[in-house]
Structures are given as structure tokens and as C-alpha cells.
Design a protein around this ligand. Structure first.
Ligand SMILES: [Zn+2]
Length: 76
């Protein structure tokens, strides 16, 4: 039997690696999960951030990892 305990809310701040913009929110972090990972996912899904190796706010979402591969392939 596994017990899933929620540890939270946890206050997490994610910084934009380009302009230094920051987003600070409370996140419900399931036990065993990294609070930073939860914050990045929420920011990416709901706030237009691009996260990964580096984090970029919606004003700086020029990070080339997300879209270009598929669009480039379709043009071949
Ligand atoms: Zn930024």
C-alpha cells in the first residue's frame, strides 16, 4: 500500500534565464516530486513559459528546442 501525501503548498520562484523576470506561486507538490519541476510544468502549460535546460518567460520564448524540429521536417 502506497501513501501519497501532498506536501504543500510550496512557494516556488522560477526565474527567466534571459531577462530575469520571476514568477512566484504556491504549488501543491505531490510527495516524491520536485517542486521546481511542478512549478515549471505549471508555468509552461498555463503561463506561456518555455522551460527545460533553461527557463524563459513569455517575453523571451525564443528558446529553439520546442517547435522548430517538427516545422523544419515538414518543409523538407
Ligand atoms: Zn524573460
Amino acid at each position: 500500500m502506497a501513501i501519497q501525501e501532498e506536501t504543500g503548498p510550496v512557494l516556488v520562484t522560477v526565474y527567466c534565464d534571459s531577462c530575469g523576470n520571476e514568477e512566484t506561486h504556491d504549488y501543491l507538490v505531490p510527495a516524491g516530486m520536485d517542486s521546481i519541476a511542478v512549478a515549471r510544468r505549471v508555468l509552461a502549460e498555463n503561463h506561456g513559459w518555455v522551460t527545460g535546460v533553461r527557463d524563459y518567460c513569455p517575453d523571451c520564448d525564443t528558446y529553439p528546442a520546442a517547435a522548430p524540429t517538427e516545422s523544419a521536417l515538414s518543409e523538407l
